[in-house]
Design a protein around this ligand. Sequence first.
Ligand code: AQP
Length: 331
Amino acid sequence: MNKKVVFSGVQPSGSLTLGNYIGALRNFGELQNEYDCYYCVVDMHAITVPQIAKDLRKRTLDVLALYIACGLDPEKSTLFVQSHVPAHAELSWVLNTVTYMGQLNRMTQFKEKSRKSDENLNAGLFTYPVLMAADILLYQTDFVPVGEDQKQHLELARDLAERFNNKYSETFKVPEPLIKEFGARIMSLQNPLSKMSKSDSDENAYILILDDKDSIRRKIKRAVTDSEGVVAYSDEQPGLKNLINIYSVLSSEDVETIVKRYESEGYGKFKEDLAEVVIAGLAPIQATYANLINSKDYLEKIYKEGADKAEYHAMKTLRKVYKKVGFIPRR
Ligand code: AQP
């Protein structure tokens, strides 16, 4: 029996954060025994905001190494780089022609990123969700594990699949999101009302998967909390709630147990212990990453084989799409 298909991707737009890990990477590995998984390093998405070419190349390999360090097995999952499979850009173009401008105008991520940018906005930032839809639909994906922030983009992918199917006949599978209820939205340590983001200009706002122990301790110590002074899990104390969520996910302890332990301790002790929980949670990933990142030949072999396998499946879908829209096959 054919396994159901899982697709997800991470942008090499900065060094990956604890938010990326908890909301996405951590869950990828759990799926690879049951599903046919495609995990992509989406470098074409990353250039929708300014990048330095040499850094982008380095970070693309970093994300690949982190995929493996977080438990992805290249024997089980297809790991590849988006720009190595041109079908992503090609399908994206076709999907652009069934996308309404009004839909893209409503995308929260576009609104937020355009608000932050002083420069002239590029069209790629606007059409980013269409490329993301192409990424997903090319593999006839059943499930997409993502953080909460990507829910709206996934809705668009579903919508485009249905619209294309209605217009041209059944072509794409309509994908479902896989969003964990807990930990799907890790918030900034400096502003607990906005999500932790790798492109935040304030480095105290995020913890990186590769941060050293001292940085982790320092950032958690400086994390914004409140003046209540009592460790409790409530929407009135969003900073603390976020820290408790991180503690809970990484220690596998439930929220009640954690709150009970620290309710009469104050924030200082809680933060100190949380830092140690984060350090311990990230240590094995950091150790594996350190080994892998120097094995350039191995990483090259993984992304080459991954692209070959991904391309084979992507081209099957693209050929169908080209036929349906009326393009003449080259041979
Ligand atoms: N704060 C977060 N909490 C939970 N999940 C998160 N993800 C991102 N931030 C959080 C999930 O990580 C995956 C990869 O995200 P991405 O790199 O493709 O893009 P993003 O969502 O835009 O992540 P960033 O860190 O905010 O990147 P920049 O700053 O470059 O835009 C996705 O599954 C996402 O849900």
